[in-house]
Ligand binder design. Structure first.
Ligand code: PEP
Length: 257
């Protein structure tokens, strides 16, 4: 059974002081979500401050993006090695990066490989657009994204891997997927693809749902056996609402969800 994971993607929000305060707020509430891997993903400029704010607590830190090269003339980019000692995870292939910054499946794959080779756990995001869903292509799109992201990566290297299903139409819209839609894709296309790539090792990969998660709907998502937590955007910007989600995810999974 994979760990229960609740990760907060702060996106391009919070100043340095706000990030520190938010991380301290999460830290103060961390004991309310026992057994849940809580991960904070602040803007890169605040990573070290957030790391310091949660140091000594169970709260973990993740970056929102990396570049795949080790160093060099790549103005504005951050190499995975620079994150050593600062964070343990990195979000890769978020739909905003794919849609707004043209990130391709090939680049996602390079970044996942770079993350793994530097000891970072990749939180690989996949998700279909509304047009793709309406056209009946959701499962095919998701399988293709998972397969492409993990191309050339062996089972021995997936210990830190997390996969987040984030339908594009549900992100930041207040229109979450239904737990049934999420469960169908996660227990179907995603799990089948992971199983075909990694056999029994795939059973340890946490699968997160993302897209307008809040304290009111997390219980229904976490009640699905193939959903092991959430990647949370908007509701992660307040410590109380975020940790309510983490607490409820933990309670639901402990109750057998
Ligand atoms: C996200 O961007 O990863 C996300 C899930 O956002 P929101 O929770 O705001 O829909």
């Amino acid at each position: 059974m994979p760990a229960t994971v609740v990760a907060g993607n702060w996106k391009m929000n919070t100043t340095l002081d706000e990030a520190r305060a938010l991380a301290e707020g999460v830290r103060a509430l961390a004991q309310g979500a026992p057994g849940v891997e809580v991960i904070l993903c602040p803007p890169a400029i605040s990573l070290a401050a957030v790391r310091d704010a949660v140091s000594g607590s169970p709260v973990k830190v993740g970056a929102q993006n990396i570049y795949h090269e080790d160093s060099g003339a790549f103005t504005g980019e951050i190499a995975p090695a620079m994150l050593g000692g600062i964070c343990e995870y990195v979000i890769i292939g978020h739909s905003e990066r794919r849609q707004l910054f043209g990130e391709t499946d090939g680049q996602v794959n390079l970044k996942v490989k770079a993350a793994i080779s530097h000891g970072l756990g990749p939180i690989v995001c996949v998700g279909e657009t509304l047009e793709q869903r309406v056209a009946g292509q959701a499962a095919e799109v998701i399988s293709g994204q998972v397969r492409a992201a993990l191309d050339g990566i062996d089972a021995v290297n997936i210990s830190g891997l997390i996969v987040a299903y984030e339908p594009v139409w549900a992100i930041g819209t207040g229109q979450a997927a239904t737990p049934e839609i999420a469960g169908e894709i996660m227990g179907g296309a995603i799990l089948d693809t992971l199983q075909s790539l990694y056999g029994s090792s795939s059973a340890e990969v946490p699968l997160l749902y993302g897209g307008s998660v809040n304290a009111g709907n997390i219980g229904d998502f976490a009640a699905q056996s193939c959903i092991h937590g959430a990647l949370v955007g908007g509701a992660s910007l307040q410590a109380e609402s975020f940790m309510d989600i983490a607490r409820m995810a933990g309670e639901t999974k402990r109750a057998g969800g």
